[in-house]
Design a protein around this ligand. Structure first.
Ligand code: FNR
Length: 395
């Protein structure tokens, strides 16, 4: 076992929450809070996790389950697990392995990885790293020309689907990032950086890794025509100039002929619009509570969306998934699979690729145990009969 794997082995890490203190110790406060935090009062962030308590199980006891089948398919791609790794921007700041490490771990586990536009690694390297399906998450940063170029690169590299995130017309205000000087550290001049340097110096191990990795990564997948690669500075300004609207789907569809997932749907209306604009799947998502605070928890929005979609396309969900029981509840309520964001990113921040492996392993064994305790032999058989959902949630 490697040193990194030992650092996150049982009994130090027995559930996802156990990664947090280890990650907090390894990476600077500004990076940890970027990963851990949410928008404004962080109400939606907390509610995403809390809401899973409102749904309880209806087990079938005294049922022998010899082999639990955790397999499913998403967009026709066979997965060994019903959870994929969500796009997490700036992953390379959490650990130099970043997006490549996470994709490799996903592939090894037989599941999918979604690469954020805000990636420090080239999409070709990420694709080559994984043996599983890899999707590209698109922001229109750098404008339509940059988007067209990256979509073509993703096609040539062999990406399997495009994920268009629709909830980010501007970046949400994550107050911890302002207090920690994240923007100053990334893009400020030397004087602006000074007040925030001590927290970085307090993590010499991380700092050494970061410097050996070449320092601040750029955005090698955002190539702006006539200007070249976009630096990692001023993401907020770049996002504000590049909001996705429904009218963009017509040109995106012309240049990307593969499946499209719309990420950030919370209402029946947006679900129907996604179908009308050619989505093959949607993800019910509030961006992990990082955009508009006061949005409903993703699980709370799931029944309305599942009802509106009525089986026409696949429904995924993300937000607050930290345990195998959470995965089982979401699937019982109609999600085809879930996306995990922080659950694996805490692992990445704590121990690099070994941490992502361990996070996936925890969720896998959790889910297997949950199915056995429910008396349910397979993920495919999970349905509403296995859960009590509050009456007031009925869509
Ligand atoms: C995200 N998320 C995200 N989503 C997206 O479409 N593009 C992105 O670049 C990012 N970046 C990002 C960074 C960080 C640090 C986090 C935590 C999240 C949102 C992500 O894909 C997913 O919707 C949430 O993470 C789901 O919530 P949980 O699983 O983190 O609770």
């Amino acid at each position: 076992m490697t040193r990194a794997a030992r650092a996150v082995a049982s009994p130090r890490v027995v559930c996802i929450e156990d990664f947090r203190p280890i990650a907090r110790q390894r990476i600077p406060k500004s990076v940890f809070d970027y990963l851990d935090g949410g928008a404004e009062g962080e109400v939606t962030l907390r509610e995403n996790c809390r809401i899973f308590n409102d749904v309880t199980f209806r087990p079938r006891h005294a049922v022998a389950v010899a082999d639990c089948n955790l397999c499913t398919s998403v967009l026709g791609f066979k997965l060994s697990l019903p959870f994929l790794l969500a796009p997490v921007g700036y992953s390379r700041l959490m650990h130099p392995g970043g997006e490549v490490a996470a994709a490799r771990a996903a592939g090894r586990a037989g599941t999918g990885y979604i690469l954020s536009t805000i990636s420090g690694h080239k999409l070709e390297d990420v694709r080559a790293g994984s043996t599983g399906p890899v999707f590209y998450q698109l922001y229109l940063m750098g404008g339509r020309g940059a988007a067209e170029a990256v979509i073509e690169r993703a096609r040539v590299a062999g990406f399997n689907a495009l994920v268009v995130t629709i909830d980010t017309p501007v970046s949400g205000i994550r107050e911890r990032d302002y207090r920690n000087g994240l923007k100053e550290l990334i893009s400020g001049g030397p004087m602006a950086k000074i007040p925030f340097i001590p927290q970085v110096l307090a993590r010499p191990g991380w700092l050494m890794d970061y410097l050996l990795d070449g320092g601040l990564p750029g955005l090698p997948n955002v190539i702006v025509p006539g200007k070249g690669q976009m630096p990692l500075v001023d993401i907020n300004a770049a996002l504000a100039e590049s909001a996705v609207t429904w009218s963009d789907f017509s040109w995106i569809r012309k240049i990307w002929t593969g499946p499209i997932v719309v990420k950030g749907v919370l209402t029946a209306d947006d679900a129907r619009r996604s179908i009308d604009h050619g989505a093959a799947a949607i993800s019910v998502s509030n961006h992990g509570g990082r955009q508009l605070d006061g949005l409903p928890a993703s699980l709370r929005a799931l029944p309305e969306v599942v009802k509106a979609v009525n089986g026409q396309i696949e429904v995924l969900m993300d937000g607050g998934v930290r345990r195998g029981t959470d995965v089982a509840k979401a699937i019982s309520m109609g999600a085809r699979a879930v996306l995990c964001g922080r659950a694996y990113a805490y692992g990445l921040a704590a121990a690099g690729e070994a941490g992502v492996d361990r996070a996936i392993e925890i969720l896998r064994t959790d889910l297997d145990r949950t199915l056995r305790l429910l008396g349910c032999p397979s993920v495919a058989e999970l349905d509403r009969s296995y859960v009590n959902v509050p009456k007031s949630w009925e869509a």
